[in-house]
Design a protein around this ligand. Structure first.
Ligand code: FE2
Length: 456
C-alpha cells in the first residue's frame, strides 16, 4: 500500500467521538484509560498514535469494541486505483476440485474502501452438454457475497436453489446476479476458445457491522429478524407487525389512529390483504413512519438468480459533445439492490475532450474487456489524471469521482462497470441531510469536545 495520509487523524477522531458519546472529557478519559495528564488531546488529534494498547484498554473499560476505534485504510488516495493485467497475472493460482484443476483465479482491482472481491476466473473443466447433473461439474457450497458474473466465451453457469439444479449456457456479454449462499459452478463448453468469467462478488451492507451484531445476537434472532420478500401481502404485514411490536401497540390502537375498521386493520396486520396507496398513508401516519418504511422491496430473481442474456439486454447512448460518447448496455441486476448498477460501456469517441463525464454516488469497479485500450481521465480534489488502460487492466473508482473514457488508439474499447453502494445507505444519506449545520464535518472527523470548557 502507498504511504497513507490521515490514518492517525481518523483514529484520533474516532477516539474523540467515542469519548464524547460516553460523556468523558479529557481528564475523565485519561483517568479511565490510564493515560498521563495532558495526553488524551494529542491522541485525539492524531499527533500521538492510537496504538493497540490504548484500543484494548478502551475496549476493557468502556462499553465499546476494539473495532469501533479502528479506522479503515485509504488505499485509493488519487481517486482511482488501477490494477494492471500483469499484476493480476502475478496473482494467478489454480484451484482444484476432487483432485483435478478446476479454475484459474486472478485478482483484479480491489480497495479497502469498498467490499468488492472481483476475480477473473478461467474454466479449466470442459463439458460437452448442458446437463445440470453432469458429474464432471464440481459445485461449491455457496458463499456470503452477492455475485455479479459477466461471461466471456462458451461458459455453462450452474446454480442450485432449494435442492433443484439448473444449467444455463452463457456466451460473451451474458450476465447474472445471484443471491448469497446459493451453490454454483461454471464449466467451459469448448477448450478451443477463451472461456472465462468476471466474478464480481461484493458484500455491501451485509458485511461489517450487521454481520458482527447478528453473530452476537445469534441464529434464532437472525431468523426472527429475516423479513420475507415473496411479493405477497405478508411482506407488508411483516413490516407493519414489526412497527406494532416496536411501538407496543395493539391493532385496536392502530385502527383508532388510522380510522380503518378493526376488521380491515387485522387483515392488514395478518397479511391476508395488502394495503392500497391511501391505506399506506394512513398506516404510516398511525405508526409514525414514512410510507417507504412500510413498503417491502421486490425481486426479479428466480431460484436465487437474475439472468440477463446479451441479446435481450437494453442498450442506450450517452451523448457527448456533438456525438454519442458511449453505448451503455444494462447487465444483470435486481430491484433488491437498487444501488447496484452493472453496465457494459462501449466507448464511441476517440477525443477525450468531447466524451462525457460519468459520475455516481456509488463505488465503481471497472475492467477493460475486448481488444482495444481505453483512455481513462478523472478528476479528484482539483487535479486531473489520465491513464491508458489495456485489456485485462482493472480499476477501482471512489464515489463521486467523475470519469471519462475515450478510445486511446482508435477502435471501440469496451469496459465493464460494476457500481455498488457501500455502507453509506439511503438511511445514512438522509441522516447526513438532516444534521445540524456543521454536523457532517464533525461526523466525518470529530475534532472537538462536545461542549466548551470555557462556557458558551
Ligand atoms: Fe462464486
Amino acid at each position: 500500500m502507498r504511504q497513507e495520509d490521515g490514518f492517525a487523524r481518523r483514529a484520533g477522531a474516532l477516539l474523540r467521538a467515542a469519548a464524547n458519546d460516553l460523556k468523558r472529557d479529557d481528564e475523565n478519559a485519561e483517568r479511565d484509560l490510564g493515560l498521563e495528564h495532558g495526553t488524551f488531546g494529542p491522541h485525539t488529534d492524531g499527533s500521538r498514535p492510537v496504538d493497540w494498547d490504548l484500543v484494548r484498554r478502551a475496549a476493557q473499560v468502556w462499553p465499546l469494541n476494539e473495532r469501533d476505534l479502528l479506522p479503515v485504510h485509504d488505499d485509493c488516495p488519487l481517486g482511482v486505483a488501477v490494477t494492471r493485467e500483469k499484476e493480476s497475472l502475478a496473482s494467478s493460482r489454480v484451484l482444484s476440485r476432487a483432485g483435478a484443476p478446476y479454475y484459474e483465479y486472478r485478482d483484479t482491482a480491489m480497495s479497502r474502501i469498498a467490499s468488492y472481491r472481483p476475480e477473473w476466473i478461467r474454466m479449466l473443466r470442459t463439458v460437452d452438454d448442458d446437463d445440470a447433473d453432469n458429474p464432471l461439474v464440481q459445485w461449491n457450497r455457496g458463499h456470503l457475497l452477492y455475485q455479479f458474473t459477466y461471461f466471456v466465451g462458451p461458459v455453462n453457469y450452474y446454480y442450485r436453489w432449494n435442492g433443484a439444479s439448473h444449467c444455463v449456457p452463457m456466451n460473451t456479454g451474458d450476465s447474472v446476479w445471484a443471491l448469497p449462499f446459493g451453490p454454483h459452478s461454471f464449466a467451459a463448453r469448448s477448450d478451443a476458445e477463451p472461456a472465462y468469467i468476471l466474478a464480481l462478488t461484493y458484500g455491501g451492507a451485509l458485511l461489517g457491522d450487521a454481520q458482527r451484531e447478528l453473530a452476537v445476537l445469534g441464529r434464532q434472532t437472525a431468523h426472527e429478524l429475516a423479513v420475507p420478500v415473496a411479493g405477497e401481502a405478508r411482506d407488508t404485514a411483516a413490516l407493519i407487525s414489526s412497527f406494532l411490536a416496536a411501538r407496543a401497540m395493539p391493532a385496536a390502537e392502530l385502527a383508532a389512529r388510522t380510522g380503518l375498521s378493526r376488521r380491515r386493520t387485522e387483515e392488514l396486520v395478518a397479511g391476508s390483504a395488502a394495503p392500497d396507496a391511501a391505506e399506506l398513508v394512513l398506516l404510516a401516519d398511525g405508526l409514525g413512519t414514512s410510507v417507504r418504511d412500510l413498503m417491502p422491496p421486490r425481486t426479479g430473481t428466480a431460484d436465487g438468480v437474475s439472468v440477463q442474456h446479451a441479446e435481450s439486454a437494453r442498450s442506450w447512448e450517452v451523448p457527448g459533445e456533438g456525438a454519442a460518447a458511449y453505448r451503455i448496455t444494462g447487465l444483470a441486476g435486481d430491484p433488491l439492490h437498487p444501488h447496484t448498477s452493472a453496465l457494459q460501456v462501449d466507448v464511441l469517441l476517440g477525443d477525450v475532450q468531447r466524451a462525457a463525464p460519468l459520475s455516481t454516488y456509488q463505488h465503481q469497479y471497472l475492467f477493460v474487456l475486448g481488444d482495444d485500450p481505453v483512455l481513462l481521465r478523472w478528476e479528484f480534489r482539483g487535479e486531473r489524471f489520465d491513464e491508458t488502460l489495456r485489456p485485462g487492466d482493472s480499476a477501482y473508482v471512489r464515489p463521486g469521482v467523475p470519469i471519462v473514457f475515450a478510445a486511446a488508439e482508435g477502435g471501440r474499447p469496451r469496459v465493464l462497470l460494476l457500481r455498488i453502494a457501500g455502507a453509506v445507505t439511503p438511511e445514512i444519506r438522509h441522516a447526513l441531510g438532516t444534521m445540524a449545520p456543521g454536523g457532517i464535518d464533525r461526523y466525518v472527523a470529530e475534532d472537538r469536545l462536545w461542549y466548551s470548557k470555557e462556557g458558551n
